[in-house]
Design a binder for this molecule. Structure first.
Ligand SMILES: [Zn+2]
Length: 346
């Protein structure tokens, strides 16, 4: 049954030259995106869309796991892979949650409107069909690729943070967000970044730092704050350089700092002397590259995997009332995702 279903949407067609290309039927792409967008999946209400995705990907012949992000939590990530091997070389990942309010899906010609169209369900669907086409073309085998769909990217990233506890590592991660079809060179803070930063710093000041009998209390210093361009312009990015004189328990302090900052979805913490800076990989032939002015889940998944951020659709409309994606952009993105996936598996 699963094999039969798998083949249903894929038409064989002979492309230019002698290569056999397998093309996904456009209606199938639209149907899946519509079905996902019909489910309200605002942050903290991701159970139903996760159940849908689990069933869907199982019907395509994948092994799927729904994993609670904390013991007893009804918030579940979905992890899927081919066969029995959980460990895969490449992680293909997107987030299931959307920002409120839920906006019902509507289609007008080439335009799909509604919540999640471009952030992040459209980019997720493009990844799914890219993997499916590569699989149908015989270019993927067990252990090459796994999917991870996380909860809560829009609200603190508890899903991706929990993914660190899966006991898995990957050689590379392909992260889906609307990048206008470009490969992201990196990503920065958000609008009014200075205010977001202040909120986070306030929470940071509340963190109780450990006291050592010998050395006394650990102390926080907010040493330098930068950001903004003028008093009447919303700051696009901001950063604070802070130091903590550690009198004991450096790991405990890092955890406490991370917990305080993780409450602020648009602020990332970077332990300068503990980890190297996060760099995205962007030198792919045939792709434009650009820095992205928003935060993602990428820094939340620890590990030294290669990191690529790519997806159809524009962040400009992502959280607005007119969120949309173009069907033509989705279809093109399936092709582009295939190139990235094969490139990362080389
Ligand atoms: Zn997103």
């Amino acid at each position: 049954m699963t094999n039969h279903k798998l083949k249903a949407g894929i038409k064989r067609s002979v492309g230019k030259g002698d290569t056999m290309a397998l093309k996904t039927d456009k209606t199938e792409v639209v149907e899946l995106l519509k079905a996902l967008m019909n489910i309200e999946s605002t942050s903290e209400k991701e159970l139903e869309i996760g159940q849908y995705l689990e069933k869907y990907i199982q019907s395509r012949g994948f092994t799927a796991e729904r994993i609670a992000i904390a013991p007893g939590s009804t918030r579940h990530n979905v992890y899927a892979y081919l066969g029995q091997e959980r460990k895969a070389r490449l992680l293909v990942t997107a987030h299931m949650d959307t920002v409120p309010p839920h906006i019902p899906v509507s289609i007008d010609g080439d335009v799909i409107r509604g919540r999640g169209a471009c952030d992040d369900l459209g980019p997720m669907v493009a990844q799914i069909f890219a993997v499916e086409e590569l699989r149908a073309e015989g270019k993927l085998k067990e252990g090459d690729v796994s999917f991870l769909w996380v909860v809560g990217e829009e609200k603190g990233g508890p899903g991706m943070i929990a993914a660190n506890d899966m006991g898995l590592t990957w050689e590379a991660g392909l992260f889906a967000e609307p990048t206008e079809g470009k490969v992201a060179k990196g990503h920065k803070g958000n609008l009014s970044a200075t205010l977001l930063l202040f909120d986070a710093l306030n929470d940071l000041r509340e963190v109780e730092l450990p006291v050592s009998d010998l050395l006394g209390p650990s102390t926080l210093n907010i040493g330098k704050i930068e950001g903004g361009a003028g008093y009447n312009i919303l700051a696009a990015e901001a950063k604070a350089l802070c130091s903590i004189r550690v009198s004991k328990d450096v790991e405990g302090i890092k955890e406490a700092v991370r917990a305080a900052i993780d409450k602020h979805p648009d602020v990332d913490v970077d332990f300068k002397f503990q980890y190297t800076e996060m760099l995205l990989e962007w030198g792919f032939e045939g792709f434009e590259a650009e820095p992205m002015a928003y935060g993602t889940d990428i820094p939340r998944l620890r590990g030294d995997h290669r990191k690529v951020l790519y997806g159809p659709g524009s962040i400009q409309v992502a959280h607005g009332t007119d969120e949309y994606i173009l069907i033509s952009g989705l279809m093109e993105s399936i092709e582009k995702n295939k190139v990235l996936i094969l490139g990362l598996l080389k």
